[in-house]
Design a protein around this ligand. Sequence first.
Ligand code: C2E
Ligand code: CA
Ligand code: CA
Ligand code: CA
Length: 271
Amino acid sequence: ARRQGGGCFVFFETPMGEQAIEHFEIEKTLSQAIRNHELCLHLQPQVTSEGQLKAAEALVRWEHPQKGLLSPGLFIPVAEESNLVVEIGCWVVTEALRLIQVARKRGLDFEMSINISARHFHQKNFVDWLKDQVYAAEINPKYLTLEITESLIIDNIDEVVEKMRELRRFGLKFSIDDFGTGYSSLSYLKHLPIHEIKIDKSFVQDVSTDPDSAALVETILAVAEKMQLQVVAEGVETQEQLEFLASKAKILYQGYYFSKPQPGEAWINNL
Ligand code: C2E
Ligand code: CA
Ligand code: CA
Ligand code: CA
C-alpha cells in the first residue's frame, strides 16, 4: 500500500498481471523477431463466385521459436502501441512486393492487398518511401492494394486525402477494411480515391440468418454499385452466405469457404 496525499491508501494487488507480463514479453522479443526473420506472410485468396482467383490478402504471422505460429491478433495490437508496428509494416511491404515478383515470374496475374496501420500511414515520409519500394521492386503498382480502416481516414482527414491522392496517381489502389464497423459518416467515400470496400465478416456471417444484417449488406452493395466500387465480402464460411451475396451483386469473396490463409510463397508456387 502507498500513502497518497489526503491520507488515503491505495492498494496494488499484483504489480503486473499475467497479461502485462505477456505484453512485455511480446514487445521485448518482437523487434528481434523481425531481425531474426521470424515473421512470414500468409495469403488468403479473393475469388469470384465461381472460385476464380483475382487477388489475395497478405496476413502476417509470427513463427515463434518456442510458441509456434502466432496470429497477428496476438502481437499487432501490442506493436501498435509503439513504432514496432511501423517496423513490421515496412517488412510487410517489402515481403509482399517480393511475393508479387514471385507470382509475376510464374506468369500469374492476381493482385495483392496488404494491411496498413494508421501509425505507418501517418509517418511523414510514408508516400515517398512506399513509391521507392515499388520502384525498386520493378512491379506495376496496380498489383498492390492498401487496406486501410475508416478510423485511419477520419483521423487527420486533410493529410490523408493528400497522401491517398498522390499514391493513387502513382497507381496504387485503396480498400476500406472492416467496412460498416466504423460508426463514421460515409461522406468520405465521395472525396477519397477508393477502389474497393471490404464488408466486415461480422455482417457476412449473419447474412443468411439475420434480416438486419441482410438489409445492411444490401444497402452497402447498393452504395458500392452507385459509386462503382469493387466489393470484397470477408469471412464467407458457408454456401448459404455465398448464395445470398451472389444473388445480390457481382463481388469478390474471401473466407474459409474457399480457403484459409496459406503460407504465401509455397501457395504461389503451387498455383
Ligand atoms: P483483417 O484485416 O480483418 O483480416 C481478416 C481476418 O479474418 C484474418 O485474420 C483472416 O484469417 C480472418 N478470416 C478470413 N476468412 C475467415 C473466415 O471465413 N472466418 C473467420 N472466422 N475468419 C476469417 P488474421 O490473419 O488472424 O488477422 C487478424 C487481423 O490482424 C487482421 O484483420 C488485421 O487487422 C491484422 N493484420 C494481419 N496482418 C497484418 C499486417 O500485415 N499488418 C497490420 N497492420 N495488421 C495486420
Ligand atoms: Ca484486412
Ligand atoms: Ca477486414
Ligand atoms: Ca477485421
